[in-house]
Design a protein around this ligand. Sequence first.
Ligand code: HEM
Length: 434
Amino acid sequence: MTELAKTANPQTDDTVDRLLDDFDHQSADFALHWAEVYGKARANQCPVIHSDEHGGFDAILGYDDVVAAFRDWKTFASERLLDENGIEMEGGVGIPAHVFRIGFLEMDPPQSLNLRRLCNPWFNRNTIDAARPRLSEIMHWAFDNVAEKGQCDVVTDLVTPFQCVSIMDLLGIPLEKWPRYKEVVDQEVAQEESSLEGMQWLLADIFDEIERQTTEGGHGLLAVLASSELEGERLDPELVTELILMFLLGGMDTTIATVGLAVRHLHDTPEDRARLQESPDLIESFVEEVLRFYTPATGMGRTIRTPTTFADQCYERGDRVYLAIASANRDERAFDRADEFVIDRSPNPHMSFGTGTHHCIGSEFARSNTQLFLTTLLSRMPDFEVDVAAAHMVTSIPHARSYLTLPISYGPGRSFGSGDHAWPEFKTDPIRPV
Ligand code: HEM
């Protein structure tokens, strides 16, 4: 049954109507019924859903509107605006707003582009393609740690160590720190009260690392940023700290989420799993469809910079809007059979990485790691079965749809010998721009 077909049930219909009336993209109920809620609003020709939560905002639903808003940074600001008294208004890309600014994700051109240009070479397709041996080595280390056990958790044992170590390696941060870094990032993303203390530790640790690498050098992006100049001035170490934090926040959970959603889909849909096993070349279109259909990063906030009429609504400076990527990705006007998972969909112009000036800088990295991971899972643990009863999804995180835990069992395989270390012992070259 497609997710939308569930609205045929009157009880579900009531729930959907209630969720439309009291719209809150963060509520646990919405996390269960998001496709029906957005589907019903679009079917009723509603271009936006208004919410009184989090200070009040409009969720923009249609594919064309979401694309247009992403591309119009002059009207839809990612940066935090000042009011007429020069005081910063609630803003940025989080609804509710993040406590602190998140690097160039929460700036606008020209500032955002000047900083982004320094980082682009580390994330472009050629660099990521050339990094495959290194990324494979990290991934096999994660698989080797559990290959002989016959059971493990895809999220906590496999993809989390793989993705976190990959990013820390690209940034050039000592790898033994990855478990503590991930813990703090999780607290921050979940907006837990304990996050403040952890965040203070993390920011201080990144700051110390910047100071150390400014004198001693380093192999990753952190060292490059620490010695970079803009308009003849060295980047302030506090700004570099903010940028490193942005990469940690943006790059860890989103890819982990995508892999979790893909693994669960393969478990639930044996015909797609069989097709992928028969035709491994389908991996690229499969991953794109996972990104569209499940939409791990569900939406982004913006602040109206200049009064405008958009999606049939009038907006004033300071109004907050939420670009509902998850809705755009299921818009029937943009995608045939939008509520069906089509493994070889082509073209697939999903909005899961956004578009325009803030288009995800890590999209090639995320695609490559997700494809690499799933191909390896299907070859090293081809008979894996998810323990569905023990799998838990995150229900309260504002912008991500992901599994907290996803246990699997499989016929025990061979470790290739890199296993049982807290982090991999590398034989390949570090990731570096080509
Ligand atoms: C499947 C995984 C990922 C998804 C779904 C995702 C999603 C997104 C989206 C929707 C945006 C646009 C934000 C906006 O317009 O406000 C974005 C931007 C960004 N992402 Fe990703 N992302 C993923 C992986 C990554 C990775 C692996 C990294 C880094 C290692 C990363 C770093 C960033 C950064 C730094 C930005 C800000 C770009 C800018 O403002 O110019 N992301 N991402």
